[in-house]
Ligand binder design. Structure first.
Ligand code: FES
Ligand code: MG
Length: 576
């Protein structure tokens, strides 16, 4: 602490000084029209905002932040809103995943560098949630989330229309069953408001995880983006973070091993996105809480799917909220002894207390542990000579007949090769083949695109094939489905066995046994790997070079290796 400051809150090291340094800090903030009593030792609360017109899902955050601000003021705090880079899923190229870690660095360094005592994290579109959690975790101030909330239900020609339906429409066009005019009409009927995708994709999965971790007020995951109740939630969150600072409730008090276990289990019960495996692992690594890829399988094996929502079911996010929202699922799992109900949350109360009053209002949307929507759920973690560090599959989204399958590989060297040949009538492929896509991992693409749900070749589609085994080092969208094996680790570009799979090699998938194997002799695999040469690096400078040089593999959360862990919130030296 500098000699020009007084003890107490962190922000007082800027604003509490009686000498010239305190003068500088206060007088420049006064330029915004702030009264002098804002510097009297009240908690200064950052509002970390991912608003951007380049991230349509978060485009209501300027207004929503005003409601957070009102709550902070009501509770006697001082709001300080600031922007961070906003990796939007739909527009960012090559991938928003590539920028997730950049955003996390922005969050971390901005928090530590400034007079902030606690922070409200405004996050919505897929990567904005893990990025803000990761950055904030490495600083470990009191933190609480406000999510974007889902957009209104899509509706087209009198029927609900979600992103899964849009994927099907794409297949219908390629199969000659729908026209481009149909597509144009559907385009303006699917996203009827701001907010995140209206299915249980990655964004809503991550919002549910925030709520399950206890890092938000109840109902944060599901209140629609445009619903007045989200404004109230934002305001109450603003009030609560001020209390959290007064109580010294830093992030590590909430993000315990128990909280992560709860999140993994809730993810299974909601049929959450496979992307959650990577993101939550990265957050846990920042928080220095052990969480292994196999935990996803072991912790969630006895959790049934309770939620009938796309892509695993048929309803949309608005229906989920109107049926009672995530609190219903949390209460049910707590009562069945499947969660750590005593985990302390951002409210200061336990997870069980927060959700004790939840009631299910539509049992066709939210089923129960006693009467589950699907008896199996979650994410299976595979091991084998093709993925010694792991790979994942979402069995509930796959054709059950393919969960045990042996077939010959049809190999695509990269995305371009896939797009060039997949619809070629001369492609030698049958419904029993195993499609293999290489060089789409974190380092290889770079940025691990959502290409794992490879398109089914046109000639198989025409023959009525709806699912086929697909294997890659890519991710897939939380809205995708199929017998799709993802996150193969190590990736091809890092010299994983995936790099040396050849056309015609037999591959065996056995989800019940949690195995994925390339059926060639061990000596031959070894020889092929010895003969393999790493591809030329994809970038020679800039952030992308930093990313490619330092990114961890999928099973480790794809963080940059030097960002793992926390530094804390100690105030850096003063420049003045
Ligand atoms: Fe932003 Fe789906 S694209 S939430
Ligand atoms: Mg997505």
């Amino acid at each position: 602490m500098s000699d020009d400051s007084k003890p107490g809150l962190r922000s007082q090291q800027w604003f509490g000084g009686k000498g010239p340094k305190g003068f500088v800090h206060r007088s420049w903030v006064r330029s915004r029209g702030v009264p002098g009593d804002h510097f009297d030792g009240r908690p200064v609360i950052g509002i970390c905002n991912t608003w951007s017109e380049l991230t349509p899902c978060n485009s209501h955050f300027r207004e929503l932040a005003q409601h957070v601000r009102e709550g902070i003021l009501e509770a006697g705090g001082v709001p300080m809103e600031f922007p961070v880079t906003s990796p939007g899923e739909t527009l960012t190229r090559p991938t928003a995943m590539l920028l997730r870690n950049l955003c996390s660095m922005d969050v971390e360094e901005t928090l530590r560098a400034n007079p902030i005592d606690g922070v409200v994290l405004m996050m919505g579109c897929d990567k904005t949630t893990p990025a803000l959690l990761m950055g904030a975790a490495s600083v470990n101030l009191p933190a609480i989330g406000v999510s974007a909330g889902p957009m209104l239900n899509g509706s087209w020609r009198g029927k609900p229309f979600g992103i899964r339906d849009a994927w099907h429409l794409g297949d219908d066009v390629r199969g000659g069953r729908a026209t481009l005019a149909d597509v144009e009409e559907a385009e303006s009927c699917i996203n009827r408001s701001h907010g995140v995708c209206n299915v249980m994709g990655t964004a809503s999965t991550m919002a549910a995880i925030v709520e399950a971790l206890g890092l938000s007020l109840p109902n944060n995951a599901t209140i629609p983006a445009v619903d007045a109740r989200r404004k109230v939630l934002a305001r109450l969150t603003g009030r609560r973070i001020v209390e959290m600072v007064r109580e010294g409730q830093t992030m590590d008090r909430v993000l315990t091993r128990q909280a992560f276990e709860n999140a993994v289990r809730v993810n299974a019960a909601i049929g959450g996105s496979t992307n959650a495996v990577i993101h939550l692992t990265a957050v846990a690594r920042r928080m220095e809480v052990p969480l292994d890829i196999t935990d996803w399988d072991e912790l969630a094996r006895d959790i049934p799917t309770l939620l009938n929502i796309q892509p695993s079911g048929s309803y949309l996010m608005q229906d989920f909220h109107e049926a009672g929202g995530l609190p219903v699922i949390i209460r049910d799992l707590c009562e069945a002894g499947l969660l750590h109900g005593d985990a302390i949350t951002a409210t200061g109360k336990s997870l069980a207390e927060n959700n004790a009053a939840a009631r299910c209002l539509n049992p066709d949307v939210i089923w129960s542990v006693a009467r589950p929507f699907k008896s199996h759920s979650g994410i299976a973690v595979l091991k084998g000579n093709l993925c010694p560090q792991g790979a994942v599959i979402k069995p509930s989204a796959a054709d059950p007949r393919l969960l045990r399958h042996r077939g010959p590989a049809v190999v695509f060297a990269d995305q371009e090769d896939l797009l060039t040949r997949v619809d070629d009538p001369a492609l030698e492929i049958t419904a029993d083949s195993v499609m293999v896509l290489k060089n789409c991992g974190p380092r290889g693409f770079p940025g691990m695109p959502e290409l794992g749900m490879m398109p089914i070749p046109a000639k198989l589609l025409a023959a009525g094939v709806k699912d086929i085994v697909r294997i890659s080092d890519a991710r897939m969208s939380g809205t995708s489905f199929g017998a799709v094996v993802l996150h193969v680790s190590p990736e091809a570009a890092a010299g994983g066995a995936l790099a040396v799979v050849r056309d015609g090699d037999m591959i065996e998938l056995d989800v019940a046994a949690r195995r994925l194997d390339l059926l060639i002799p061990a000596a031959e695999l070894e020889q092929r790997l010895a003969d393999w040469h790493a591809p030329a690096p994809k970038a020679g400078r800039g952030y992308v070079k930093l990313y490619v040089d330092t990114v961890n593999q999928a099973h480790d959360g794809c963080d940059l290796d030097f960002l793992v862990g926390m530094t804390g919130s100690e105030v850096p030296a003063n420049q003045h």
